[in-house]
Design a protein around this ligand. Structure first.
Ligand code: IPD
Ligand code: CA
Ligand code: CA
Length: 267
């Protein structure tokens, strides 16, 4: 079966749009089901229904590809390609009616993400990237910001659901907040990475992201010229993701290293 990136992109984008439309439809009267990892980690019927739609659509078109989804899908596949999906990234925003959540689809091979699509249905914004070919927002090419001073940088971050992780994440703020223009907690890791790609923020960092939060957005940010890494040359991972315009990456990295931002309080 062909693995032409352009065809994969077309399929991922069309599924992301369909999934986004279903999530929007299901938002009316949405309620949370039982919490997941902690009382603040919510899941709704829409998260599950949207994952179902994505999985059925992927299986119908590419039955032999692997699959990993936040709501429980896991299948190794045999083609060397794996679809990594977050049906709704930003479920707390979704639940509260805050228009900052998205469907995230990454398609990965042995070297990482080949195709990334993030669809934000509230704004009808489709973020896309193909490895080596740049990234776009609704068809327009993306470039991250050219800021060179951390003091002028708007930095997004996120906080995990576990209270011990949150306590550790809070300890970084006294050193970071005085050193930057300001901090944002927007509530969708996938869109936070897209935000860096478009220069809507200058940087983003977070500990505890899962593969489905990261897969698509990392490629979209990287292809727009951002550096997306962990600390001290390690790759971006669950331990820490730092995505930043190249002109402020090192200064932000220095503060994150000094604050042990990748030390995991849960291990
Ligand atoms: C969450 C969002 C949030 C981030 C959390 C993620 P979910 O994903 O991306 O911004 O801070 O770490 O778990 O649970 O809404 O899919
Ligand atoms: Ca997520
Ligand atoms: Ca989710």
């Amino acid at each position: 079966m062909t693995a032409d990136p352009a065809e994969l992109l077309e399929l991922a984008a069309s599924l992301a749009r369909e999934a986004g439309a279903l999530a929007l439809e299901m938002r009316v009267g949405v309620e949370q089901l039982d919490p997941k990892s902690s009382p603040t980690d919510v899941v709704t019927a829409a998260d599950k229904a949207v994952e179902r739609l994505l999985v059925d659509g992927i299986r119908a078109a590419r039955p032999d590809d692997g699959l990993l989804g936040e709501e429980g899908t896991s299948d190794e596949g045999t083609t060397g390609l794996r679809w990594v999906v977050d049906p709704i990234d930003g479920t707390v925003n979704y639940l509260y009616g805050i228009p900052q959540w998205a469907v995230s689809i990454g398609i990965e091979d042995a070297e990482g993400t080949v195709v990334g699509v993030v669809y934000d249905p509230s704004k009808d914004e489709l973020w896309q990237a193909v490895r080596g070919s740049g990234s776009t927002l609704n068809g327009a090419s993306l470039r991250c910001s050219t800021v060179t001073s951390l003091g002028q940088a708007l930095v997004a971050t996120g906080f995990g659901y576990d209270e011990r992780r949150r306590a550790a994440q809070a300890l970084l703020l006294p050193t970071l907040l005085p050193a930057v223009r300001d901090i944002r907690r927007l509530g969708s890791g996938a869109l936070d990475l897209c935000g860096v790609a478009a220069g809507r923020t200058d940087a983003y960092y977070e500990q505890g992201l899962s593969p489905w939060d990261l897969s698509a957005g990392r490629l979209i940010a990287t292809e727009a010229g951002a550096r997306v890494e962990g600390l001290c040359g390690r790759p971006a991972s669950y331990d820490l993701v730092v995505a930043a315009a190249p002109g402020v990456f090192d200064a932000l990295h220095e503060i994150l290293v000094a604050g042990d931002a990748d030390a995991d309080p849960l291990r």
